[in-house]
Design a protein around this ligand. Structure first.
Ligand code: HEM
Length: 157
């Protein structure tokens, strides 16, 4: 029996869980709690939280791309020639998520760090709002993608 496909998809799913689960925790659980703090304290916590999370997001992005395109390139599930629709949708939403994350990382995240380093709390807070908007979109896309990926793979559509 060839276990390669199963093991590769196991890694693919782990990466999806870490990325999307991390966004869910940050957005739905941590954010409302931090909102009760003073701006200086709240932004200082995000300054410590984000770099730790971003390491895992980069690892997840690389793993999702390597495992996702890995199985398509070797022809599993029809490969690129006539693969199932849920994989086409997953590629589209996955690439949009990765594009938005890259924009967040090199745009507002760098601005946030600079603003905080020069004690400009108002500016740092405005960059943080931009990051939150991107995370909201990515969280919704990620949840939908995991749902479609799992249902599609089980139904074999
Ligand atoms: C962007 C490039 C991506 C490619 C090329 C890709 C490719 C694939 C392929 C080929 C499968 C197997 C489908 C099947 O067995 O029918 C799959 C499954 C899956 N993908 Fe992706 N994917 C990508 C991104 C993502 C993202 C961003 C997420 C979630 C955040 C995700 C979550 C999943 C899940 C949960 C499964 C189901 C695994 C299973 O139950 O077997 N994928 N993906």
């Amino acid at each position: 029996m060839d276990y390669t496909y199963g093991l590769t998809m196991g890694l693919h799913t782990l990466a999806a869980v870490i990325w999307v689960g991390g966004m869910f925790f940050a957005h739905v659980i941590l954010r409302p709690v931090l909102n009760d703090l003073e701006a200086a304290q709240r932004l200082a916590v995000w300054r410590e939280v984000f770099p730790r999370f971003f390491v895992w997001v980069w690892l997840s992005v690389v793993t999702l791309l390597a495992t996702g395109y890995g199985v398509l390139l070797v022809g599993y599930r029809g490969g690129f020639a006539g693969g199932p629709t849920h994989v086409d949708i997953m590629q589209l939403s996955g690439l949009v998520m990765m594009g938005l994350y890259t924009q967040l990382y090199f745009g507002p995240w760098q601005g946030f760090k600079r603003a905080l380093a020069s004690d400009d709390l108002a500016k740092a807070a405005s960059y943080q709002v931009r990051m939150r908007h991107i995370v909201t979109i990515n969280l919704i896309l990620g949840l939908v993608t995991i749902f479609l990926g799992t249902v599609g793979s089980l139904l074999g559509t």
